[in-house]
Design a protein around this ligand. Structure first.
Ligand code: SF4
Ligand code: SF4
Length: 143
């Protein structure tokens, strides 16, 4: 019988401190956009399509749509006070962090991510229901 993912075997604790570090690592990773997410952000900002695409979107060589890189290795939507300028319309990748399948699948991955995110292993236990929903949503968005 295959081993269950880490989060199904042990309780995970998480409480975001709003340090903004996960939004400040452009160049290390990308914020991928699923179907309809670019349009959601564009509508939220009230921008025209061409301007929005030029300013805020990029395509990787493999064709995936991502948020364009901002300056100083920060997400282009992270403001000077460390807040997300599109919080209500932020992509699934941001809404589900740190409950991504590759992070909650093993103790090793979860603890390694804790070195980057100070909210991991802090605060109350997160319900398995919430983690399962995040994992499912991420998997549904996978190409
Ligand atoms: S790195 Fe973790 S604690 Fe900091 S803002 Fe991101 S999710 Fe919250
Ligand atoms: S879109 Fe918002 S939540 Fe997502 S990485 Fe950028 S600033 Fe952070």
């Amino acid at each position: 019988m295959p081993l269950q993912p880490f989060f199904e075997r042990e309780p995970l604790h998480f409480s975001c401190t709003a340090c903004g570090r996960c939004c400040a690592t452009a160049g290390e990773y990308y914020v991928f956009l699923g179907a309809g997410e670019a349009e959601t952000i564009r509508a939220y900002l009230g921008l025209s399509g061409p301007w929005f695409r030029r300013r805020y979107l990029a395509r990787l060589e493999q064709g995936q749509l991502v948020l364009a890189a901002g300056s100083d290795e920060r997400c282009i939507f992270l403001d000077d006070s460390g807040r997300c300028r599109i919080y209500a319309a932020r992509p699934l990748q941001c809404r589900t962090y740190p409950f991504w399948p590759e992070l909650v699948g093993s103790r090793r991955a979860w603890q390694r991510e804790a070195a980057r995110c100070e909210g991991i292993n802090r605060g109350p236990r997160v319900s398995r229901r919430r983690i399962r929903a995040a994992v499912r949503a991420c998997r549904e968005q996978e190409p």
